[in-house]
Design a protein around this ligand. Structure first.
Ligand SMILES: [Zn+2]
Length: 250
């Protein structure tokens, strides 16, 4: 069976109303913007690129705003720090094109963007302020997919639709040597979203969102490991900057 190594990175932090993730809940949550390196024998891919330079501040200077990126947390800097050349990345899989998921696309200049065609169209429609056009209107090649897509043709990295948060949201299933990971991004922000089938206070389509959560729940019951999009408690348990050992995770 073909496999790929998976490495996690934090590419910025955001402070958001808790109700953005769990409808009806009070308070705020400080949550990570996440990105992953997928190292496959046929090339390198990145799943989501975190926050971009519009939120950047120099390392060590005070935290200033709700979306916050120390300059060493840009995806290109994260890669360089572990000895990977950002210009060697062949593919960017964007779960969707919101600013905390496509912010670092420009930092990977030779990558082709893999996105659902429906997401691409919606991002250019200008109906949702969470999209920031300069971050994805970059001139990079774009592979617009319709439904499932087997990135390397061997089943190791399968992209599949997970609509609801946005119309063209997608996940990636990665077969690692130590287990199967599903990178959920914003179709499942928190562990509680899945356990309680609880929706955010706003999304593109609530019926689709719920159907996607149920699909993820079925995958989890099959033994696939769900990587939640913005869960700080979950994220604290995920080792970063080195290939994940899914068998070792609690
Ligand atoms: Zn997000």
């Amino acid at each position: 069976m073909s496999t790929a190594l998976l490495t996690a990175f934090t590419c910025g932090w955001m402070t958001l109303p808790m109700s953005f993730f769990l409808d009806g809940e009070d308070g705020k949550i400080r949550c990570p913007a996440t990105a992953y390196l997928i190292d496959h024998p046929k090339g390198l891919a990145i799943f989501d690129t975190g926050l971009g330079t519009r939120f950047e501040r120099p390392v060590g200077t005070p935290y200033q705003s709700g979306a916050d990126l120390e300059s060493d947390a840009l995806i290109g800097s994260r890669l360089t720090a572990i000895g990977v050349d950002p210009s060697a990345v062949k593919w960017i899989i964007n779960s969707h094109l919101h600013t905390d998921h496509a912010g670092g696309n420009r930092d990977l200049p030779n990558a082709t963007v893999v996105v659902q065609a429906r997401e691409w169209e919606y991002a250019f429609a200008g109906e949702d302020k969470a999209y920031h056009l300069p971050e994805y209107d970059t001139g990079q090649p774009v592979l617009k997919v319709h439904g499932e897509h087997d990135l390397f043709g061997d089943g190791a990295v399968m992209v599949f639709p997970s609509p609801g948060h946005t119309p063209g949201h997608q996940c990636a299933r990665v077969m690692t040597p130590t287990g199967v990971a599903v990178l959920a991004a914003d179709c499942c922000n928190l562990r509680r979203s899945l356990d309680e089938l609880k929706l955010p206070d706003h999304c593109f389509d609530t019926d689709q969102y719920l159907a996607t959560l149920k699909m993820l729940r079925a995958r989890e019951r099959k033994g696939e490991r769900i990587f939640f999009g913005h869960d700080p408690d979950f994220w604290a348990q995920v080792p970063q900057n080195k290939p994940l050992d899914l068998a070792a995770r609690t």
